[in-house]
Design a protein around this ligand. Structure first.
Ligand code: HEM
Length: 149
């Protein structure tokens, strides 16, 4: 199915990009909930966002393996270039580290809550936020180089 962002991307990759564009704002909203003392909502929204990201990554992987995405990406002027490889490696670094970091923070906090945290939850939350934003930004750059340029 064709995409809706006006690029060569298909529906799945456009959907993933759109949601990852909203992700930083949704995360900030969950932090706001925690500031307001709405910890349960904060917790469930974190788990929901993480689950959505997992589903999106699986959908994207499926699209690359079995959809037409691999063929479309060959049409990019950046295909096979060092620039694309560097952006891809930076993206991969932030994607893998934030994915496992996010999962780790959810599991550790889930086990402890509602007892007081015995680690700096807020500090790790903010470090992870930076990682997730970098994952989204480098993902968008990769998308632009592959499907729009
Ligand atoms: C699902 C499990 C989670 C539970 C039960 C939980 C619970 C809490 C609680 C009780 C607080 C207030 C106490 C404190 O600041 O130490 C808090 C604050 C915070 N949480 Fe979580 N959290 C969870 C997951 C996450 C994740 C995965 C992130 C980041 C990606 C995160 C980011 C934050 C931040 C940044 C604050 C501080 C907000 C502020 O006061 O500025 N939390 N959380």
């Amino acid at each position: 199915m064709g995409g809706f962002l006006g690029t060569r991307g298909d529906f799945i990759v456009d959907l993933v990009m759109t949601i990852s564009g909203f992700l930083p704002f949704l995360l900030v909203f969950t932090f706001y909930l925690a500031v307001k003392g709405k910890y349960l909502l904060h917790k469930y929204m974190q788990i929901t966002l993480f689950s959505i990201v997992v589903i999106l990554v699986i959908a994207l992987e499926w699209d690359v393996q079995f959809g037409k995405l691999a063929g479309i990406s060959d049409q990019s002027p950046y295909a096979g270039t060092t620039e694309l490889l560097i952006v891809f490696l930076v993206h991969l670094f932030f994607a893998v580290s934030s994915f496992f970091g996010w999962l780790w923070l959810i599991v550790k906090s889930f086990k402890r809550y509602p007892k007081d945290f015995d680690f700096n939850h807020k500090k790790w939350g903010k470090i992870l936020f930076f990682g997730i934003v970098m994952m989204a930004v480098t993902g968008w750059l990769l998308y632009w180089m592959t499907f729009a340029a």
